[in-house]
Ligand binder design. Structure first.
Ligand code: 1PR
Length: 550
């Protein structure tokens, strides 16, 4: 049997490396990029991993002159496999980009999730429910969870019965998780980021199902439960140690040096080895933070690029890269724009980028334009957050916040949002506000965490990674006051970080706040509380959790 020739439809907007790696890992097959319209005729299977916004995907195809050739390919009956915006582009139109026509293969419109009732984007691991009588032998596993990240979707109505192949419930809405009809198959979720379940799907589709005709539509179960799970994220703080070797390190309250003896940077292992270990243990995402990003290096030599390239060949869950996402002045004086810095990271295999200090400056500037305490409706388009969100989508932009408690005796002593302090201050103060910092906590700013998250959401950030300098490395539990405060003030997903000491802390943060994900570093690195045991405890405690070790 000869291997199918798989062609990749990439209009150049983002990272297709994850997909190329995932397909190769699952099947041993390589994919050939389509570079001209005549390539469609050579393909046995065309894969279209749409990235970014709907209009950008369609206009990208149009600019390359691929729309007619793609429609002719689909008409020819050969297998087409779309992913995410690759599914949405099959529809007639989308509210994301009014006025731009889709391919129109499915006669319906893509609309936005209702954010008045839930967090948007829909981000994380959810089930994809197939028809009751599906005897399709393992293409989509209804007992597994797959990775979704999107703000727009095809909401399910009976008019879509001939096209829908899997449905997912998110809050009060049911949408199409996969379409399958004739020679077309497309998923709203990302199989290439869906761990072992995604690997099984890629193998089953590309090696077996692509050649088969789609089964005839049949009825879905009458109720589709919302199975979105709480995410567990493993975080690696990475820097060069004193010998110049890139290592995973971990501080207490951001101090990463040994407190006794040598005073060396703590070395907890090799970044790629540890990241792969966490993937195998069932991490829902892995975050890699370059914590010495304020140092000036030529962008092409950024050591994190090599780490990412390596990690993305072996890890098939979302990878976030952070540290130094801003305009960079190279030692030569050459300025590299933030958008070009992230392009290098996305090409190397990142799925999201996390912005720290630069987001604080952007928020401060937006607040300067506030009128009577009300933020402007949008920024001026110049910040890294806005530019990256425009090109790669809001879901690709995480803002990493490094707040620390500023204690006050009385709430009237500051204009910032004051909370009752979770623990009293050094002089017995009962109140605090959460002060934002930059440069890895080295410099405090006159901006509180509520001001920061509101501003960056307005600028288009898709998620908040909420650290806490007071609890970082202390193993005393997440700062639930801080997490609840931030969660109340934004619609986008929030990741609780800093302070995890045992499995009960994860249960507490999920049961006492409605946070979307929780992140830990030290306890995982030192194997004090292994990641699988956290997941097991969450399951026992009734917290929706994905269990699918690779
Ligand atoms: O400002 O855009 O260059 O980003 C710098 C990034 O590096 C930020 O995301 C910032 O949080 C991070 N960072 C900078 N310095 C440090 C440091 O530790 N000296 N690390 C640092 C932040 C916090 C978390 C940690 C959690 C969980 N470390 O990353 O993983 O607190 O830890 P735990 O579970 O052990 O308590 P820019």
């Amino acid at each position: 049997m000869t291997a199918p020739s798989i062609y990749l439809l990439d209009y150049g907007a983002g990272n297709v490396r994850s997909l190329v790696n995932a397909v190769h890992h699952a099947t041993g097959l390589s994919m050939t990029p389509i570079t001209q319209a005549s390539d469609f005729a050579k393909a046995d299977i065309v894969v279209f991993p749409g990235v970014g916004a709907f209009g950008q995907a369609i206009n990208g195809l149009r600019a390359l002159g691929f729309v007619d050739a793609l429609l002719a390919y689909i008409q020819s009956g050969k297998p087409f496999f779309g992913i995410c915006v690759g599914l949405q582009s099959l529809f007639s139109a989308s509210d994301e980009t009014p006025g731009v026509n889709g391919l129109g293969v499915v006669p319906a419109r893509i609309t936005k999730f209702d954010s008045s009732t839930k967090t948007v984007p829909h981000m994380g691991w959810n089930a994809a429910v197939t028809p009751v009588s599906s005897s399709d032998g393992g293409l989509i596993d209804p007992t597994a969870r797959y990775y979704f990240v999107h703000s727009f979707a095809a909401m399910y109505t009976p008019a879509l019965a001939d096209y829908a192949y899997a449905l997912t419930r998110y809050g009060d809405q049911t949408f199409v998780a996969a379409v399958r009809f004739r020679n077309v198959f497309a998923t709203q979720f990302h199989p290439e980021k869906s761990g072992a379940a995604g690997q099984r799907l890629l193998r089953a589709y590309l090696l077996t199902h692509a050649k088969a005709t789609a089964p005839l539509p049949s009825a879905f179960p009458t109720t589709i439960p919302d199975a979105l799970s709480k995410r567990i994220i493993a975080c690696l703080d990475i820097r060069a140690n004193d010998a110049g070797q890139l290592v995973v390190t971990k501080g207490d309250q951001y101090d990463v040096r040994e407190t006794s003896g040598s005073g060396d940077v703590r070395n907890l292992g090799d970044p790629v080895d540890l990241a792969v270990r966490y993937y195998r243990e069932g991490a829902d995402e892995v975050a890699l933070l370059n914590i010495t990003s304020f140092r000036s290096v030529p962008v092409a030599d950024l050591p994190m690029l090599a780490v990412l390239r390596n990690a993305s060949e072996k890890i098939f869950v979302p990878l976030t890269i952070g540290g130094g996402i801003r305009d960079i002045v190279e030692p030569s004086g050459n300025v590299v724009k933030a958008l070009d810095v992230v392009a290098a990271y996305f090409r190397a295999g990142a799925d999201k980028v996390s912005i720290g200090s630069d987001a604080v400056y952007a928020a401060e500037n937006l607040w300067k334009n506030a009128k009577n305490g009300v933020l402007p409706a949008a920024g001026d388009g110049t910040t890294a957050i806005e530019q990256i969100a425009r090109v790669y989508g809001a879901q690709a932009v995480v803002v990493s916040v490094d707040p620390k408690r500023a204690y006050v005796v009385d709430p009237s002593m500051t204009s910032h949002t004051v909370m009752r302090a979770p623990v009293p201050g050094p002089n017995g103060e009962q109140y605090c506000w959460y002060q934002c910092t930059v440069k890895g906590g080295r410099e405090a700013r006159d901006l509180d965490v509520v001001q920061l998250v509101q501003a960056v959401e307005r600028l288009g950030a898709g998620e908040i990674l909420l650290n806490c300098m007071d609890t970082d490395g202390t193993k005393s539990g997440f700062d639930l006051t801080l997490v609840s405060l931030v969660k109340k003030n934004v619609r986008i997903p929030v990741i609780a970080s800093s302070g995890a000491g045992h499995a009960q802390h994860f249960v507490d943060v999920f049961q006492k706040t409605n946070v979307d994900a929780a992140l830990a570093a030290g306890i995982f690195h030192r194997r004090e509380v292994p990641l699988p045991s956290v997941k097991e405890f969450l399951v026992q405690s009734g917290v929706p959790t994905r269990v699918d070790e690779a």
